[in-house]
Design a protein around this ligand. Structure first.
Ligand code: PMP
Length: 364
């Protein structure tokens, strides 16, 4: 019999949002709206489209494993030295690399309940135990509580700020205090996948903890994760990045596959960075869509969690039934992992949000 590590029996397979084509095929629907994977509903920058058209025929060559041009561009944009950046096939891949490098069956990964589901999956694949710190009843997260739960076995702490799926984010002052008290032997993974949406709302910029300029903030072991999948609109190309000390990046580089980020993703990311007007537009429209959904959900009497991201978690009577009924109406949302009475809807265009709210009227 083929043997495999028994701890894999504990690992649940990640269930992504259903693709539009699958719902069209299975339910025989023409018009389907996907509000399930926190993608950018406004597409991506026109600079990206042009560059991909131009470069599409160059895919016979392997990409530059070191992502030279993108590294230069991002380093300038973030004001971070080039050797402090690692690129991944989506930030998901970097989360996976971190678990492979820093976790093992003798260690523990610490996170809040209801965090991005991939943290638990990768930690368990590495054989580590997973400790989840409960949320407060309003879904807020007490960072001091997280500190109290650190043990000798804790090697990695995962925090998504904002959190997917609750939309909650801890403020800069809370993080400043938390970082001061973070033990030296623990790696903090500060996942800022939704940074562009949350920026300016009192949340920290994690890069200031990686390279502290404030003398009151000590330098600790931190990796900040960001992605081109959300506000930049490149989810289909799979590209994200991590920023950490030169030493942490050097260690992670050992497990990075040689050509993990494909050529078109690198080309697209360079162009996407140049078009900050598109990012600004996307973030502004997200605020408009957020108000539309808040107002619609409120009017219908739904309880929902205020969000710092491009998605909203709302309470329903029977999540599975409402999810299925919305699908039949051509609206794909997502179960909110860890919150059985809730669904998560991504903030879409005005029309998409309207279709979702109208469908919700008829399915409950
Ligand atoms: N972190 C969080 C909190 C997320 O919600 C997601 C995407 N759902 C990711 C990381 C991964 O994003 P990607 O791999 O597309 O960069």
């Amino acid at each position: 019999m083929l043997e495999y590590p028994k701890h894999l029996d504990e690992v649940k397979v990640y269930k992504p949002g259903k693709p539009i084509e699958e719902v069209q095929r299975e339910l025989g629907l023409k018009e389907v709206v996907k509000l399930a994977s926190n993608e950018n509903p406004f597409g991506c920058s026109l600079f990206v489209k042009k560059a991909i058209e131009k470069e599409a025929l160059h895919i016979n060559r392997y990409p530059d494993g070191g992502a030279f041009y993108l590294r230069e561009e991002l380093s300038k944009f973030l004001e971070v030295p080039k050797e402090q950046i690692i690129f991944g096939n989506g930030s998901n891949e970097i989360i996976d690399m971190i678990a492979r490098v820093f976790l093992d069956p003798n260690s523990e990964a610490l996170m809040f309940e209801g965090s991005f589901v991939v943290y638990e999956i990768v930690s368990k694949i590495a054989g580590a135990s997973v400790k989840k710190v409960p949320l407060e009843c309003d879904f807020s997260r007490n960072l001091e509580n997280l500190l109290r739960n650190i043990t000798d076995k804790t090697k990695v702490i995962f925090i998504d700020n904002p959190c997917n799926p609750t939309g909650f984010a801890n403020k800069k002052e809370e993080f400043d205090e938390f970082i001061k008290n973070l033990p030296e032997n623990v790696l903090l993974v500060l996942d800022e996948a939704y940074f562009e949406y949350a920026k300016g709302h009192g949340v920290p910029d994690g890069i200031n903890y990686v390279n502290p300029i404030n003398p009151n903030i000590p330098k600790k072991n931190i990796i900040v994760l960001r992605t081109f999948s959300k506000a930049y609109g490149l989810a289909g190309l799979r590209i994200g990045y991590g920023i950490a000390s030169k030493k942490i990046i050097e260690i992670l580089e050992k497990v990075r596959q040689p050509f993990n980020v494909n050529y078109l993703a690198q080309v697209a990311a360079v162009e996407a960075l140049k078009d900050q007007a598109f990012v600004k537009f996307s973030v502004e429209q997200n605020e408009v869509g957020k108000e539309q959904l808040y107002e619609g959900l409120e009017r219908k009497g739904y309880t929902f969690a205020p969000t710092y991201g491009n998605f909203i978690m709302f309470k329903v009577n029977d999540a599975q039934e409402v999810y299925n009924n919305l699908l039949r109406k051509g609206v794909i949302v997502r179960p909110a992992f860890g919150f059985p009475d809730y669904l998560r809807v991504s903030i879409g265009t005005k029309e998409e949000n309207k279709k979702f709210l109208q469908a919700l009227d008829t399915v409950c």
